[in-house]
Design a protein around this ligand. Structure first.
Ligand code: SAM
Length: 255
C-alpha cells in the first residue's frame, strides 16, 4: 500500500500539466479575490504553501515585494518556474519540499497563503500551526479551499466519490470545520470571502487520474446526485452535459 506522500507525488506529477492549464484554476477573478482578501501590499513577503504550479504565487508577485512557493511535487515546481519565467517575475522563487514542517524560520513572511491544498493534508491543523509560526505579528494567514456540504450524508458522498477520482484526497471541510481549525490554532478569522466554480464533469475527468477502473462508478455517482444532490455539489444537466459547482472559501486571520 503506497504512503500518502507517494500518492501525492504520483497524482500531482501526472496532474501537473492538466491542473496548471485548467481554466477554473487560472481564473483571474478568483486570483484577484485571494490577493485582495490577503490585503497584499508592495512591501509584503509572501509564502505560498503547497504552491503547485505557481499560479497563486505569481498572482501575489504582481503586488508583493517577494514570494516563495513550496511544494512536494517536482513536476509542479517545474511548471511553477516555467510560469514565473514566462511572466518575467524576478521576485518569486520556488522550492521542492514538504510543508510539514515548513523549512523557514519563525516570522519570516508577512502573508502565508495556501490554496486548494488543505483537503490533501493528513494533518491540516499541524500545517496551519506551521503557517502561523512562519507568519510575522500583524501578518495574514490565509487558507482558500473547496468546502463540503454541512449535511454529513452529502459530505460523505463527496468524500467517497473524491477518494476514487483523486486518491491523494484526504478530507475536505465544511466552512465551519475550517473556522474551527483556525480557532484550534489560536487564529481569529478576520475576513471570509466566498466564490464558486462551475465544473463540467467530463472536463474534470479528463484531467483526473482516478483509481483504475472507477471512471464509470464516478460518472454514476454524479448522475445519481442530479436527483438527490447526494454529493452536495448541486449536480445538474446543462445542454446535455453534467455540471456541478464547487463552493470555495477564503479565510483570513491576522497573526
Ligand atoms: C490541488 S494542488 C493546489 C496547487 C496550488 N496551491 C493552486 O491552488 O494552484 C495541491 C498541491 O499540494 C501539494 N502537496 C500536497 N501535500 C503536500 C505536502 N505535504 N507538502 C508539500 N506539498 C504538498 C501537491 O504536490 C499539489 O501540488
Amino acid at each position: 500500500m503506497p504512503s500518502h506522500r507517494d500518492t501525492i507525488l504520483d497524482q500531482f506529477s501526472r496532474q501537473a500539466v492538466p491542473f496548471s492549464t485548467a481554466a477554473p484554476i487560472r481564473d483571474e477573478h478568483a486570483l484577484r479575490l485571494l490577493v485582495e482578501a490577503a490585503e497584499t501590499r508592495s512591501d509584503d513577503l509572501v509564502l505560498d504553501v503547497a504552491c503547485g504550479p505557481g499560479i497563486v504565487a505569481c498572482a501575489f508577485a504582481r503586488v508583493a515585494r517577494g514570494v516563495t512557493g513550496i511544494d512536494l511535487t517536482p513536476a509542479m515546481i517545474e511548471r511553477a518556474r516555467l510560469l514565473a519565467s514566462e511572466q518575467q517575475r524576478a521576485n518569486v522563487r520556488f522550492e521542492i519540499g514538504d510543508v510539514l514542517p515548513l523549512p523557514f524560520v519563525d516570522a519570516a513572511f508577512s502573508i502565508v497563503v495556501s490554496r486548494f491544498a488543505f483537503h490533501h493534508f493528513q494533518n491540516p491543523a499541524a500545517v496551519l500551526a506551521e503557517m502561523k509560526r512562519v507568519c510575522q505579528p500583524g501578518g495574514r494567514v490565509v487558507v482558500a479551499d473547496l468546502t463540503v456540504s454541512e449535511d454529513p450524508r452529502k459530505a460523505e458522498g463527496f468524500h467517497r466519490m473524491e477518494m476514487l477520482r483523486d486518491p491523494s484526497h484526504a478530507r475536505a471541510f465544511t466552512v465551519d470545520q475550517l473556522r474551527r481549525l483556525y480557532r484550534i490554532c489560536g487564529l481569529a478569522v478576520a475576513a471570509e470571502k466566498f466564490w464558486r466554480m462551475d465544473i463540467d464533469v467530463e472536463g474534470l475527468l479528463e484531467r483526473s487520474f482516478p483509481v483504475p477502473g472507477s471512471e464509470d462508478t464516478i460518472r454514476k455517482m454524479f448522475e445519481d446526485s442530479v436527483a438527490d444532490d447526494g454529493l452536495g455539489l448541486g449536480t445538474r444537466r446543462h445542454k446535455g452535459r453534467l455540471r456541478f459547482t464547487y463552493s470555495n472559501v477564503i479565510l483570513v486571520a491576522r497573526q
